[in-house]
Design a protein around this ligand. Structure first.
Ligand code: NAP
Length: 290
């Protein structure tokens, strides 16, 4: 199978590349914004026509949630119009498309996991741009697969565990919000599930996260304990950390949509353990090559 990944230099994109290059049966091409800015429809269709993928994985996005709030036009241009350009190119070339979306398409007001059919009600510019992208992609390519995920972490970029570990290395206490609940997702686990979804010809909306749920405070406690650090993590509330974009209070995604594909994901605690091991190896390798 031939796969073209847009956003291959991002946190998820790097994990997707690592996942796919291990598979001798598949041929993968990874692209970043310099190779093809997804806002440029003719460049996108040229690249897709040249790489002739069976599957396109669209991981590229403008992911700075607060940046999207202050520049909503850029959010729409990249996240929505860019996704529509990719869907058009996929349609022209007969490629399948898997579009990576987000828990931010929901309002965060539920108290039980969001199902794929729950209504979209984004409360931030980032969430609106991704929700509109989902609609545009489905209109252009009804058989596209939309994989929503949440709270992504991994060694391929900045993420919550990395921030906590850096803070914990220099501070005796850290305050972390305890009133936002979600499901952490380890990029390699998501990448593996995405590869399986492509191999299984998935279509429609699916939710992919690690199993289980927690608040950011609970996540931070587990990170500090597992890393063996003496830092005290204290619970606080979102009103103490006012930011341009509103964060969903509750954004756990139901994993029922993965069942028909026979895909299961490990718990977030299990994933965190593997992340910490991988981070240690990455840091040691970086030290050794200095
Ligand atoms: N991070 C999370 O917590 C989270 C949660 C839920 C869903 N998601 C979704 O998961 C996907 C992957 O997120 P991520 O955290 O891996 O993203 P990321 O690390 O911010 O990487 C973004 C990627 O998009 C590319 N990109 C940005 N603007 C582009 C443009 N105009 N044209 C072409 N490529 C462009 C970047 O390429 P360059 O390196 O060339 O700039 C980079 O490869 C996104 O669709 C995001 O919406 C993320």
């Amino acid at each position: 199978m031939r796969i073209t990944i847009f956003g291959a230099t991002g946190l998820l994109g790097k994990a997707l590349m690592r996942e796919w290059v291990q598979d001798p049966g598949d041929e993968v091409i990874g692209l970043c914004s310099k190779d093809a800015d997804i806002r440029d429809a003719s460049r996108v269709s040229e690249v897709v026509a040249r790489t002739r993928p069976e599957w396109i994985v669209l991981s590229a996005a403008y992911t700075d949630v607060d940046g999207c709030e202050t520049n909503p036009q850029l959010a729409l241009d990249v996240n929505c119009h860019g996704a529509a350009n990719i869907a058009q190119a996929a349609k022209q070339s007969g490629s399948r498309l898997l579009f990576v979306s987000t828990d931010y398409v929901f309002d965060g007001k539920k108290a039980s996991p969001y199902e794929t059919a729950d209504p979209r009600a984004p409360r931030s510019a980032y969430g609106r741009s991704k929700a509109e992208a989902e609609i545009a992609v489905t209109q252009i390519l009804p058989e596209a697969c939309i994989a929503r995920t949440s709270w992504l972490f991994g060694t391929g970029g900045s993420c919550f565990p990395e921030t906590i570990l850096k803070l914990a290395a220099s501070r005796p206490t850290i305050d972390v919000v305890n009133d936002q609940r979600g499901a952490p997702t380890y990029a390699p686990d998501l990448a593996q599930a995405i590869k399986q979804l492509c191999h299984k010809n998935a279509t429609g909306v699916v939710h992919v996260t690690n199993r289980g749920e927690c608040t950011w405070f609970e996540f931070a406690c587990e990170i500090v304990v597992r890393a063996g650090l003496p830092t005290v993590v204290r619970p606080t509330t979102s009103d103490k950390f006012v930011r341009p974009a509103e964060r969903p209070q509750y954004s756990v995604l139901s994993l029922r949509s993965l069942e028909p594909y026979g895909i299961t994901t490990p718990s977030w605690q299990n994933a965190l353990g593997r992340y910490l091991d991988e981070r240690q190896i990455t840091n040691r390798t970086a030290e050794a090559s200095k």
